[in-house]
Design a protein around this ligand. Structure first.
Ligand SMILES: NC(=O)c1ccc[n+]([C@@H]2O[C@H](COP(=O)([O-])OP(=O)(O)OC[C@H]3O[C@@H](n4cnc5c(N)ncnc54)[C@H](OP(=O)(O)O)[C@@H]3O)[C@@H](O)[C@H]2O)c1
Length: 359
């Protein structure tokens, strides 16, 4: 249930809830987004709509019920409602990492006589709120770093910007769809001019991700796809408002510039959250990825590896792709085995007169 809201709930977490009574589900629901009722309230309303009585029921919820009001919060606290409805016990998969809740929701329920339990499905629930945990504790977006490289660690294709094949690239679009922004550095824009749209995968509940360009000192290519195509209103630029590129960014993406001096990461985190960037998918290039890696400003990595050597020491210097690559994992390591297309073992064929006749 929680997954149905994932990608649309920011700045709130994705949460699902099920009410069970006498071994039957009597109500269920998930949080759809800011300003909408929380999962517990949806499940309780669902039970009422079905003509069921939540009194004495057990509530299974993927995140501890909230207990606080105010501070910009638009919905009433759930723990109080759960008590008022006479729910007998609550199973919450994980505690709310929001410092304003952090166990207080369950404590409130317990002191009101509701039986409380942590779990089940703690690991899955922790993953569901991983983005929310970053927003409320570190005050920055959840950041996924994605890149594609060859076996020799190269990130630029030979004769094409692509390192990986069509299937990997289509999966890359699925990963884009699970974020609310796709980010690149100005270098990638100048060299590759990518579209950064979701074309080979369905959109997630959050809709089309925005595009976010990290501008530096050298200026932005005004003719790039992201500034000229029919989705240009979805392109934002991170730029220093006091530099010449800041002025250019303001002209290219008026009202869609995230101001950043290039130094203060805390300020960058706050500015991105303020502009509604909660789940950012950083797709390169190497310099921008290196920056995020060095700063420890990342939460997840998606690294595609192609079974090829892009800059081999071969005389002609051409790319070489392994034939019949086989990937396997050994403990925490992965092994790729594959054939050199130029290996004599692959190229020698028996003389025609000894070839077997077809059966
Ligand atoms: N294999 C892959 O997954 C992949 C993905 C993307 C790109 N690429 C390849 O990468 C190459 C481009 O590499 P790149 O490293 O030059 O591009 P990049 O990382 O996209 O851009 C670097 C530029 O971004 C600007 N920038 C702004 N804030 C920055 C920060 N905090 N840290 C670092 N840079 C910041 C700077 O612009 P200024 O120069 O204006 O100061 C910097 O020079 C292309 O050839 C492309 O094909 C590969």
């Amino acid at each position: 249930l929680a997954r149905q809201g994932q990608g649309a709930t920011a700045p709130n977490p994705a949460v699902g809830a099920v009410l069970v009574k006498a071994g039957r589900i009597i109500g269920e629901g998930f949080h759809r987004g800011p300003g909408q009722p929380h999962a517990e309230a949806v499940a309780l309303d669902d039970a009422r709509a079905r003509g069921e009585d939540p009194r004495g029921a057990s509530l299974f919820v993927s995140l501890e019920p909230c207990c606080h009001e105010g501070g910009g919060k638009r919905t009433p606290p759930c723990a109080q409602r759960v008590v008022a409805e006479g729910v007998a016990e609550v199973f919450a998969a994980v505690a709310d990492p929001n410092p304003r809740v952090a166990g207080r929701g369950m404590a409130l329920l317990h002191s009101a006589g509701v039986k409380v339990h942590w779990g089940p499905c703690e690991a899955e629930a922790q993953e569901l709120i991983s983005d929310f945990a970053v927003w409320v504790t570190a005050r920055r977006p959840f950041v996924t770093l994605k890149w594609a490289q060859s076996l020799d660690g190269e990130t630029t294709g030979v004769g094409s910007p692509w390192v990986t094949g069509p299937e990997a690239r289509a999966h890359g679009h699925e990963l884009r769809a699970a974020h609310d922004a796709v980010a690149v550095g100005a270098g990638t824009l100048r060299i590759d001019d990518p579209q950064l749209t979701v074309r080979h995968a369905p959109l997630g509940p959050g809709g089309t991700p925005r595009r976010l360009v990290f501008a530096g000192a050298q200026g932005l290519p005004a003719q790039a796809h992201v500034f000229t195509d029919d989705q240009r209103h979805l392109t934002w630029v991170v730029a220093n408002p006091r530099g010449p590129v800041g002025d250019q960014a303001q002209r290219l993406t008026p009202g869609r510039v995230v101001p950043w001096d290039g130094q203060d990461l805390q300020a960058l985190g706050e500015a991105l959250l303020a502009a509604g960037f909660y789940r950012v998918f950083v797709e390169g290039g190497p310099r921008l990825l290196g920056f995020f890696l060095r700063q420890g400003w990342w939460d997840k990595v998606a690294l595609f590896t192609a079974p090829s050597f892009l800059r081999p020491q071969a005389p002609e210097g051409e790319a070489v792709s392994l034939v019949q690559p086989q990937w396997s994992t050994w403990g925490r390591d992965s092994l790729v085995e594959g054939w050199n297309p130029a290996s004599p073992s692959r190229t020698s064929s028996p003389p025609k007169e000894f070839a077997c006749s077809p059966v």
